[in-house]
Structure formats: structure tokens, C-alpha cells
Ligand binder design. Structure first.
Ligand code: GLY
Length: 383
């Protein structure tokens, strides 16, 4: 953080870090080999096998715990989890998804960056090879979900995928092969062109014809409607476009990230924690999505870091990020429910299918800890 006044506004930070470290330590007993599910039930994560797209957020938190404390106390869990991710890739367990990115960035790449294990670098490249199979050269997009021949999913890209692209950028960096980066860059450009609307709101998903490359149209999956702006999608976009700028140097991505951030900030309610879709605000009676808030904080902090100090938004994005974090720390954590093994209350997974509504989201917890880490130490990204 740059200024004294920003430092002053973080008076709550050390206590909050103590709190999340305590929870991560306690959770190591339950999630040694198993992992937390995507969403809690009654604020409790029931352990499950490593099969969902969300399985890496737990090991990601252990890596952050290791970096925050500089201690070896998380190492055994990290080793067990890495073995599980190695098995998952070898056996291709539930990997017909673009979320191979989330899965292997927070396991293999994080391990390579933190512990410098060559084996993890190789694991990440293997995962990138699998992700590349989902790239359509005609549509220039990575298919999000399901089998490539599934008629309901063929040619569907989603905004979330921006967070999977660093796996491909990483593979190019370590192998020297441009093809991974070219696919990621092309996908980010298609996202910018089709998923971002002219008013800088975003579609959640967008379909293409993979035979002709024709752009067919936007559709929501988890947002309120096809034309609304799903809060988490907008948050993925702020962070994701900033990351694509970082890896490609294409400043148009930075501009897009700024526009998305400005829209997101303008729609925030009084306490700065967004509702699950940005069409909703105070008085709507709808739920918040604290997980979108914590993702947006990480995106805003990374965006601010990438902007020159002279940019008029440089300090502004940091200040808003800190305001959101202060609100989360004050009113949205499980400190009010000590029986919970989650960190952040009041997330929404998928309101449309009544899945994980007003619960802890494991990615919300992860990004909350990442945001605390970003505010506390000079942290290089796993992304
Ligand atoms: N990436 C899936 C979600 O945000 O729910």
C-alpha cells in the first residue's frame, strides 16, 4: 500500500489474518486428502473427493497460509493435495471443463512458484495440454463446459474462463512454445469483443458456431437474466482482463478491466458488498454475493498495481478495495458463527438452481485470504 492514510485504514488487518490462519489450521484436520465442496450447507463444508472444479481453492489457501507465516505447518496438507491433483490428471477425473485452469494454477503452478518443484511445472504443462484440447481454432474460444460434442455446450465460452488462461500463459513461458499463449490471447480478445457489452456490463456466457466461427449470442447461466450483469462474472472480468494484460502487454485489456471495475463500483450498495447480480441493490430483498466481492477486491488490487502511479484511478481502486474488505471483515465472516468451517458468509453459487444460496463459497474464502495476503505482504501472484 502506498500512503499513510491507506495504512491507517487497515488497522483491522492483523486480527483478520490471525482469524483466517486459525481457521485454515483447524481445517487441515478435516481436509487432509479430501477437499471442501463448492458451497457450504448451513455454513458447514462437508469433506468430499477431489472431483469438482473448485477443489484447488483449499490447497491455494494452504499456500497462502505458508506465505503469510513463513512456516512449514501447511506442508503435509500441501503435499497430500498435490498428490491428489497429480492422480486426478493422470486418470482424467472430471476434467471435461475449462476449469482445469483453476485446478492446476492453485495446485501445480502455486507449488512451482512457492517451492520451485520441477515436477509441478511439468504437471502444469500437462494440464495446459489438456486445456488446449478445448480450444476451437474456428471460433477462437475455449469451450467452457462439458464434452466437446455436447450439442448444448458446444461453442460456449464464459467470462469466468479469463481466470483459466494463466495456465496457458504459464505453459508458453516455461516451454517457449507460443501456441498456448496464442490460444489464450485469442480467447481473451473474443471475450472482450463479445462478452463485454458497449456499456461495460458483461454476459455470463456466449455461444459460437464452432464449424463456421460465427458469433451466435449471449446467454446467462448464473445471472438474473440474459441481459443483466451477474456480479461474479463482472468480478472475474476485472481480475481476468488485468491478468491478460499482464501476460500479453495488450493495453486494451487494461482499459477494459478499468471500465468493468468502474461499472462494478458504481453499482455497489451502501455497505460496498455487491448483490449476486448487479441489477439488484439495497431494498431488493435479494442476497449478496460475498464471493464476488472478494474476487473483485483481488482484481482491483491487481489492476491498481498494473496502473502507473500517475493514473488518476491508481489510488482510487486501492481505496475501494480496502473499503470492500473492511466491510467483509466487519460483517460477513464466520466470526459470528464459530461452528462454521468456512470464512466468508453470504455468498451465492447459483440462485437460478437454488444451489449454495446465502452460504460460504470455497472460492470466496480463497480470494478473501488472497486479498488479505495482498494487503499484508508483497505477494507475487500464482495466477
Ligand atoms: N466459475 C463458476 C462460478 O463462478 O460459479
Amino acid at each position: 500500500m502506498e500512503t499513510e492514510s491507506l495504512k491507517d485504514s487497515l488497522y483491522w488487518l492483523p486480527k483478520e489474518i490471525d482469524y483466517v490462519l486459525r481457521k485454515i489450521r483447524e481445517n487441515q484436520q478435516t481436509f487432509d486428502v479430501l477437499v471442501p465442496p463448492a458451497a457450504s450447507e448451513n455454513q458447514y463444508y462437508k469433506p468430499e473427493e477431489n472431483t469438482d472444479w473448485t477443489a484447488s481453492f483449499w490447497v491455494g489457501m494452504c499456500f497462502l497460509g505458508k506465505e503469510l507465516t513463513g512456516s512449514a505447518e501447511f506442508d503435509t496438507t500441501i503435499e497430500n493435495q498435490l498428490q491428489s491433483f497429480k492422480n486426478r490428471l493422470e486418470q482424467e477425473i472430471e476434467l471435461e471443463t475449462h476449469d482445469i485452469g483453476f485446478l492446476y494454477i492453485l495446485s501445480a503452478i502455486a507449488d512451482y512458484r512457492v517451492n520451485h518443484h520441477e515436477e509441478s511445472k511439468e504437471l502444469a504443462v500437462k494440464a495446459a495440454d489438456l486445456l488446449m484440447e478445448r480450444y476451437s481454432p474456428k471460433a477462437k474460444i475455449i469451450q467452457a463446459w462439458g464434452n466437446l460434442n455436447d450439442p448444448n455446450e458446444s461453442g460456449r465460452m464464459i467470462i469466468d474462463c479469463l481466470m483459466n488462461l494463466p495456465l496457458l500463459y504459464f505453459a508458453s513461458e516455461v516451454t517457449g512454445e507460443e501456441r498456448y499463449k496464442e490460444a489464450a490471447y485469442a480467447h481473451a480478445l473474443q471475450t472482450q469483443k463479445y462478452i463485454v457489452r458497449s456499456n461495460y456490463t458483461t454476459y455470463h456466457t456466449y455461444f459460437f458456431d464452432t464449424d463456421t466461427g460465427e458469433a451466435l449470442g449471449g446467454k446467462t447461466a448464473q445471472g438474473y437474466s440474459d441481459n443483466s450483469c451477474w456480479a461474479r462474472g463482472q468480478a472475474w472480468g476485472i481480475y481476468g482482463f488485468t491478468l491478460s494484460y499482464l501476460y500479453t502487454g495488450d493495453v486494451s485489456f487494461l482499459e477494459t478491466a478499468k471500465h468493468l471495475a468502474d461499472y462494478f463500483i458504481n453499482e455497489l450498495p451502501q455497505d460496498k458488498v455487491c448483490y449476486w447480480d448487479l441489477v439488484f441493490n439495497d431494498g431488493s430483498g435479494e442476497e449478496r454475493d460475498s464471493s464476488a466481492a472478494s474476487i473483485a477486491v483481488c482484481g482491483l488490487l491487481e489492476l491498481s498495481k498494473q496502473l502507473p502511479l500517475s493514473d488518476e484511478k491508481h489510488d482510487y481502486y486501492q481505496e475501494i478495495a480496502v473499503e470492500i474488505m473492511a466491510a467483509l471483515a466487519k460483517d460477513y465472516t464466520t466470526k459470528s458463527n464459530p461452528k462454521s468451517n468456512g470464512l466468508l458468509l453470504h455468498g451465492v453459487y447459483d440462485k437460478n438452481s437454488d444451489k449454495g444460496v446465502d452460504e460460504c463459497m470455497i472460492w470466496g474464502d480463497y480470494y478473501y485470504v488472497e486479498a488479505l495476503t495482498r494487503l499484508a505482504i508483497s505477494w507475487y501472484s500464482y495466477w
